[in-house]
Design a protein around this ligand. Structure first.
Ligand code: 5FU
Length: 455
């Protein structure tokens, strides 16, 4: 059975990925060179690629189309594996006959999946897209083998295209490193090279939205410190229902998140030991803990719910979410609570779900008072603007889905950061449902870091 890591190892074996000293087309010196055109000579690997891509192909696709040349054999493998008719977009229109640009049968309005080997700035894909759309085809999704993390994916996503890459340069390096496919010094030199080229490409953009560095609330300060140190403003929403699954998942991804958000009331085998293990893991990997309980009662009951019961949330959670539907006094009760290490509060101002009742009037009323309280560090919201120093926490983040069948609505990390100015991104199924959460997290991290939010 092919896995992401076995596939990448094979790419190194057949020298599609090479390490050394290479001069790129741009004249730049690079310690890594990737050329996926050689894959055409390896039918087994093309088949493996089709298997890895399979779960990323939506059900409603009419045609698969490869961008010449490297992606043609890939598209062919995908076509055969999924019994999907294929189209070829010519590099130049034929100079005779009908001056055709697309080979193969199709109807206007057909939904296609576009295959590309590598995406850098996205310019060549943009050109292809224009040509296909001019022919009346609808680009339902773009699947790329490798995201070079030079802004191409983000640019196309901003234009509304659903783009997904199998690997990013960072995730690829991480896997090869973990699999001992490369020496430590080679790994370090490539990582340094990638970091430097990311800085160059991000500097090409204008002013970025930045994550603040300081905060008056000590829990918020700790969260910001971790986020800057790890260059990760990602909060994993761990909506798993057994203690072992939660701990295993957090052990895999903990080092690259700044916090884990739980719904402790969905855990079916809760024990005291779980809290001990969870706290140990959060210290080991340096991430904070958020309980997303969304308290919504009068002040007195909320205090009891936060501190008592089998979950005694205030003894382990750094932050809790809270609806302020009961009014300002319910918040003040927590502010006045004389408990040294009480959790900081993240009120829910605007929900991500379709038809949420958190309308502009409600949000404005909440904003009138939440900023007055030291225990409030920010709020959960989408497009709502928050005044300094309130931090914005945004759920409903996914790189490839736009929603679920139960009302959730997703945005991409880039949209949340660049358009909504979100400080922290809350990601659930995008991570814990991924076949390889560590690799998925690398892709989310690349997306976050590409926005320049860390300066
Ligand atoms: F306040 C909110 C909200 O407005 N939307 C949310 O989705 C909280 N959430 C939580 O974020 C929700 O309860 C999940 O725990 C998580 C999102 O998970 P997903 O799998 O990324 O949709």
């Amino acid at each position: 059975m092919v896995t992401y890591s076995s596939f990448l190892s094979s790419l190194v074996d057949i020298e599609c990925i090479k390490f050394g000293n290479f001069t790129l087309k741009s004249g730049q010196q690079s310690p890594i060179y990737i050329d996926l055109r050689e894959l055409v000579s390896y039918p087994n690997l093309l088949q493996d690629l089709a298997i890895l891509f399979q779960e990323k192909i939506p059900n409603n696709i009419d045609r698969v189309c490869g961008v010449p040349y490297a992606a043609l054999p890939m598209a062919t493998a995908i076509s055969l594996h999924n019994h999907l008719p294929m189209l070829i977009k010519r590099k130049e229109a034929k100079s005779y006959g009908g001056k055709k640009i697309i080979e193969g049968k199709f109807n206007k309005g057909d939904k296609i999946i576009l295959i590309e080997d590598v995406i850098t700035s996205g310019i060549s894909l943009e050109e292809t897209i224009v040509e296909l759309e001019t022919e009346g085809l609808v680009i339902e999704k773009i699947l790329v083998v490798l995201n070079r993390e030079q802004g191409g994916v983000e640019k196309l996503q901003q234009k509304g295209y659903n783009v997904e890459a199998l690997f990013s340069m960072s995730s690829l390096m991480q896997v090869l490193h973990q699999e001992n496919k490369i020496e430590e010094n080679v790994y370090q030199s490539v990582i340094n090279f990638l970091a430097a080229s990311q800085i160059v490409s991000s500097k090409k953009n204008e002013e970025h939205f930045h994550l603040p560095v300081t905060h008056k609330n000590h829990k918020a300060q700790q969260l910001l410190d971790i986020a800057h140190a790890k260059k990760s403003s990602i909060i994993a929403s761990v909506d798993l229902t057994t203690t072992q699954a939660i701990l295993d998942f957090l052990d895999k991804i903990g080092k690259n998140i700044c916090a884990a958000k739980l719904h402790i009331d969905i855990v079916s085998d809760f024990t005291e030991q779980f809290i001990t293990d969870l706290k140990n893991l959060s210290q080991q990997h340096n991430f904070m803990l958020i309980e997303d309980r969304k308290f919504a009662d009068i002040g007195n009951t909320q205090l009891l719910q936060i501190s008592k019961g089998i979950h005694h949330i205030s003894s382990w959670a750094d932050f809790v979410t809270i609806h302020v539907i009961a009014g300002e006094a319910s918040l003040k009760a927590i502010e006045d609570w004389n408990e040294e290490n009480k959790p900081a509060l993240i009120p829910i101002l605007e929900m991500s779900s379709k038809g949420a009742l958190t309308d502009a009037h409600y949000i404005a009323k909440c904003k009138e008072f939440i900023g007055k309280y030291n225990c409030v560090v920010g709020a959960v919201c989408q497009s709502t603007k928050l005044d300094n120093p309130l931090l914005k926490f945004t759920p409903g983040i996914h790189l490839s889905a736009s929603g679920d069948s139960k009302g959730q609505q997703f945005n991409t990390p880039q949209f949340a950061i660049e358009k909504q100015h979100s400080h922290f991104l809350i990601i659930g199924r995008g991570l814990y449902e991924a076949e390889h959460p560590e690799i998925a997290l690398q892709n989310y991290l690349s997306a976050v870091q590409s926005t320049g939010v860390f300066g």
